[in-house]
Design a protein around this ligand. Structure first.
Ligand SMILES: Nc1ncnc2c1ncn2[C@@H]1O[C@H](COP(=O)(O)OP(=O)(O)O)[C@@H](O)[C@H]1O
Ligand SMILES: [Mg+2]
Length: 149
């Protein structure tokens, strides 16, 4: 079961992030997949703001993981430049730290992702149009999707 959502603007993507954020819970994991410029970081910024994080969210491409304090902790990862050092960063530990983890380019670490998670694939249609394919794995995520999508 998945949900297809069309976004026609930054604002649509921001609203989608806010809707999902409204149902956040500790140890939530959101896996973002999509080409450069599809909106992964924009989605994360909107989610973070909605969590009460005022700090500016920047793409953690070079340091891979950034941590922010909000209503829950936010662990923002961008694993694009991650290669064989995967284990050294202890990424799986973050899934148990009671925060929310959002991973850009999550498909690159599919072997270490938790079974229960929310997958969000973003397809670029044109300059402003994106198609989001959202797939929940596990009951909590299925319920969340039913409530907000
Ligand atoms: N519907 C849309 N949803 C998300 N981003 C959009 C949309 N339309 C245009 N954009 C633009 O696409 C870019 C997405 O950039 P970014 O979030 O950094 O992508 P990524 O992190 O996937 O590389 C931004 O400049 C944003 O304004
Ligand atoms: Mg990005």
């Amino acid at each position: 079961m998945n949900y297809k959502i069309t976004s026609n603007s930054d604002m649509d993507t921001i609203e989608l992030a806010q809707n999902i954020e409204s149902e956040k819970f500790p140890n939530m994991v959101i896996c973002l997949e999509g080409d450069l410029g599809s909106g992964k970081t924009l989605f994360t910024k909107a989610f973070a703001k909605s969590m009460g994080i005022n700090e500016n969210i920047t793409s953690p491409t070079f340091n891979i993981i950034k941590e922010y304090e909000g209503e829950l902790k936010l662990f923002h990862m961008d694993v694009y430049r991650l290669n064989e050092v995967k284990e050294d960063l202890g990424i799986p530990e973050y899934f148990k730290k009671k925060g929310v983890t959002i991973i850009e380019w999550a498909d690159l670490i599919s072997d270490i992702l938790p079974k229960k998670r929310l997958d969000i694939k973003i397809k670029i249609v044109d300059e402003n149009k994106r198609i989001f394919t959202i797939t929940p794995y596990g009951e909590e995520y299925e319920d969340l999707c039913q409530r907000v999508l």
